[in-house]
Structure formats: C-alpha cells, structure tokens
Design a protein around this ligand. Sequence first.
Ligand SMILES: [Zn+2]
Length: 131
Amino acid sequence: MERARLPRLARPAGPDRAYLVTVVDDRARAVVLRSSSGAGRPPRRSICSLCVTTHTGGVALLVAPLAGPAGRQGNSVGAYVCSDLACSLYVRGLRETGTRIHESLTQEQRIDRLRDNLTGFLAKVAVGEAK
Ligand SMILES: [Zn+2]
C-alpha cells in the first residue's frame, strides 16, 4: 500500500463524530470516526498514536467501523488521537501542547511518521474488506 497523504481531519457539528479523509494509492479514503467513552480511557498524560504528540488530557479514543461485512456486523478499530484532530499542525510546529517531548527527528521525519501511522491505521480499518 502506498503511504497515505496527510489526512484532512474535520470535526462537524456533532461533538462525538469526526471524518478523516486522505488519499491512498490514488484513491480517496474516508473514515467516519466517533468518540468512544467508557472503558479504555487514556491516562491523564497521553500520546497521539498518529502524530506522537504528548498531551495532558488532549487525546481521545476515536473508533472507526471496519470496512465491509465485518464493519456491518459491528466490528471496529480504535486509536488514541489528538482530540482537536490537529495532528498535521503539531508535526509542523504550528500548534504546541506545552508538554512536548524532545525528539531528535526532523520535521520532515515527523511528517513521514504521521503518514506511516495513518497508513497503518487505514490498513487496520480495511482488514474488514477481505472478510
Ligand atoms: Zn495527533
């Protein structure tokens, strides 16, 4: 799978839903995410699984249904993600959390890591297509 382009994340009016739209292998991919409350709450200081930004209380568990029949049966996959969905800004230093861990990676390497992590998340969602 070709690496995903950087995601376009948006939060619509509903506070518990978000949409992730990106391009993989020259195909647009869109995933509907919803906030998951209840079990699995992250600790107070958390790290976004996509952009690896450290937050204090600023990471949410977002859940996407698996593609295909598995998703229609209610199976889903989740990821802890920046609750403001600003991963693209964090990796570019355009938004700060105040709790940033020093990394030796360059900005370009952080952007590449975000793309790789996004590709991995979308691959987990796509697992349902094969079933
Ligand atoms: Zn993030």
